[in-house]
Ligand binder design. Structure first.
Ligand code: BDP
Length: 701
């Protein structure tokens, strides 16, 4: 068992034929109904997936055939003229015998307005059969994605290194492409389709301009050709200075006619090779990347110039809002809002602004970025980080669905209660037809794709939420655990339930032992693994943990109310009232918004100092509990995955203890208070913890 099969394992269900499907399956006809009814590469894949999977699940496959469907007979949700509707599907038993169905066998029909919709329907049917052991005749699903463009962003460099990647090297073997095609590309595309993910940005946002040379575009085209049948479109991160670096120009000024012409020609070249190319993702004027500011132009002027080049071909520009100025002294979490809000209404219609969930940078917990509530005239996309840069990387379990749900269900109050972030990004709140979500991939060349075996659940969860943001974390955890750990020989619902519960609490555990009560950015430099609250020597103030926690003899936390940076003023009045008062501010955001005295009393009755200590302690105890819970699964989970996860959980416990001891000893130098009862005293001195795994590249944030 090497984990390669992900959630697409198709174990034999009920080998003794007690499963309702086992009896029914061979008698059923499954019709794949599309407007043309013609075989296409996508439908061939759908048909093959269905037949192979059902043979594995039930021993015998049903009859599968294609048929034409009159689009007008589809439910309205599938008929509307937009991407979401086209990619939706309907699965239902067919009661009236279709004309050319001569047999009397019962029929289950999967219908969609596009072939990709059928493929998604096939995966949904297979998932449903495995989750519920339902008879075929009970299955009725109509499903349409919440968001039109559902992307992974790979932060993969052309040399194979994955920035913030913890699962080996890049999946893309650039030196072999376009001649040699790793069979893994297909398995990747199939996994993406199984979740309904329809786009992939192949290269790092810190982009190398060479990806846009003809040499590389031919390689990209080879991947795009392979991915096409899976409904997966390719996008590229574009470096703003490419016309200088790989062209012959002396400027990248977006308002210079030769620059615009260069990009138009580049777009034409790309679309000649890749007719369904998705578009460009751009990190500009951020952390040293080139951009329109280099020429005194705005982000809108930069984005619109690229948008104009792509528009004739149907491409989009995904412009990132992860921007903070190199010399700006303003609280970093305020800067993207200050930069982009004045540009609202100035972007071309094929530009979408991609905003990280929080205003800082993928911390274990952040409030949502205030841009989601403020920019009404621009389509806003969410950027989530699947790879666990700040949440224990490949060594720790942190199931991220609860974090993403917290974000998606956050109230912006833009149009009163119910104005959730989810409704902003799915386009419904502000009426934008262009909707997009991106997840920074956690995949790599490791045999099991994600390094930590349980981190597969985050790829899965991201895909499921991108398709349907109303799903609960519990449902997603249940689905993943059952599909991934269900075992033909001994199906044990208790095992699945145990894994599900472990996953569901895991992110909060990481928060508790690393950055509780709204603390943030107190990790070690550069590699971002483990604690570094003492770091104060980086050349920018806002790269230093001390800038964020502001511990002093009086207390702890960043005052972002009117007496401090007033970042709070970027949110709706309802949130300003709630979060602005430490007595009503939820404890999880307390030190994000407030600098509070060590003796400040929380609603729980604890002082701030005691609560801080107890939170770290709780995190450690929860990590220990995860390990002992897992150990009870010995013999119930295959030895390979059992041992792998056990070892990583044991390390997680050690890491949690290090986080607790480092942070508490350090903060104690300010609080000068004893640890409350129940908190284990650290075995070493502060200087010992400070000497552990120092930053790997001093000078970087
Ligand atoms: C930070 C990462 C850095 C990325 C940057 C970004 O540490 O590697 O380049 O975000 O999103 O979290 O651009």
């Amino acid at each position: 068992e090497d984990g390669y099969a992900l959630w697409l394992r198709y174990p034999r269900l009920a080998p003794d034929s007690t499963s309702p499907g086992a009896d029914e399956c061979p008698r059923f006809t499954i019709i794949l109904a599309t407007p043309t009814g013609q075989e296409t590469p996508t439908l061939a894949l759908a048909q093959a997936e269905l037949e192979t999977a059902l043979r594995h699940l039930y021993g015998q496959p049903p009859l599968v055939r294609l048929e034409a469907v009159d689009t007008d007979s589809l439910p309205y949700a599938l008929r509307a003229n937009d991407t979401k509707a086209r990619e939706g599907f309907l699965i239902a038993p067919f009661t009236t015998s279709p004309q050319n169905n001569t047999s009397s066998s019962p029929v289950l029909r999967i219908a969609a307005a596009s072939d990709t919709g059928i493929l998604y329907g096939v995966f949904a049917l297979l998932r449903q059969l495995q989750l519920s052991d339902q008879p075929f005749s009970n299955i009725a699903i109509t499903s349409v994605p919440s968001i039109a463009h559902r992307l992974l962003n790979h932060w993969d460099n052309l040399d194979g290194f994955v920035e913030r990647g913890y699962a080996g090297n890049s999946l893309w073997r650039w030196e072999e492409l376009p001649d040699e095609l790793d069979p893994r590309y297909r398995d990747y595309a199939r996994a993406m389709a199984s979740l309904g993910l329809n786009g992939t940005v192949l290269n790092n946002v810190n982009a190398d301009a060479r990806i846009l040379t003809t040499e590389y575009l031919l390689k990209v085209a080879a991947l795009a050709d392979l991915f096409r049948a899976y409904g997966l479109r390719v996008y590229l991160s574009a470096r703003f200075s490419a016309p200088i670096e790989i062209g012959e120009l002396h400027t990248g000024d977006p308002l210079a006619t030769e620059v615009a012409a260069w990009w138009r020609a580049k777009a034409a070249e790309i679309y000649a090779l890749i007719p369904d190319f998705g578009g460009f993702l751009v990190k500009a004027n951020s952390e040293g990347q080139p951009g329109p500011h280099d020429y005194g132009r705005s982000h809108a002027e930069g984005a619109n110039m690229l948008a104009e080049a792509l528009a004739p071909h149907g491409g989009i520009v995904i412009w990132r809002a992860f921007v903070y100025s190199p010399d700006n002294k303003t609280d970093r979490v305020k800067q993207a809002y200050n930069e982009f809000l004045p540009l609202d209404g100035n972007f071309a219609p094929n530009v979408v602004l991609q905003i990280k969930n929080g205003p800082l940078d993928f911390m274990p917990r952040e409030p949502f970025s205030p841009l989601f509530g403020a920019m009404r005239q621009t389509p806003l996309a969410a950027e989530l980080q699947i790879t666990q840069e700040y949440l224990g990387q490949q060594h720790q379990v942190a199931f991220l669905a609860p974090m993403w749900k917290e974000f998606l269900t956050s109230e912006t109050y833009t149009q009163g209660p119910g104005s959730t972030v989810a409704k902003v990004i799915d386009g419904t709140l502000n009426g934008h037809p262009l909707s997009l979500i991106s997840g920074v991939a956690n995949t790599g060349s490791d045999r099991n794709w994600t390094g930590h075996p349980l981190a597969q659940a985050n790829w899965y969860a991201y895909g499921r939420l991108a398709w349907d943001h109303t799903l609960t974390s519990g449902k997603i955890a249940h689905e993943w655990a059952q599909l991934t750990f269900r075992n033909a020989r001994s199906f044990d619902p208790e095992t699945v339930e145990t894994i599900e519960k472990l996953l569901l609490g895991s992110r909060e555990t990481v928060v508790n032992y690393s950055m509780p009560l709204g603390l943030h950015h107190i990790m070690a430099t550069a590699h971002h693994y483990g604690p570094g609250p003492w770091v104060d020597n980086l050349h920018r103030d806002d790269w230093n943990p001390t800038y964020y926690h502001r511990a002093d003899e009086q207390g702890l936390g960043f005052d972002r109310t009117a007496t401090g940076s007033n970042a709070l003023s970027q949110y709706a009045p309802e949130l300003q009232t709630l979060w602005g008062n430490p007595d009503t501010c939820p404890p999880e955001f307390l030190l994000w918004f407030h600098h509070l005295p060590w003796d400040y009393r929380l609603s729980t009755g604890h002082t701030l100092w005691d609560k801080l200590c107890l939170s770290y302690q709780q995190g450690v105890e929860e990590a220990q509990a995860m390990l002992s819970t897992w150990e009870k699964l010995a013999g119930k989970v295959d030895t390979e995955r059992f041992t792998d996860v056990r070892q990583r959980l044991a390390r997680q416990v050690t890491d949690a203890i290090t986080w607790r001891d480092s942070c508490l000893l350090y903060f104690q130098t300010f609080s000068k208070r004893p640890f409350p009862a129940g908190v284990e005293p650290p075995p070493h001195s502060l200087s010992y913890y400070q000497s552990l795994r120092p930053e790997s590249t001093p000078g970087n944030p």
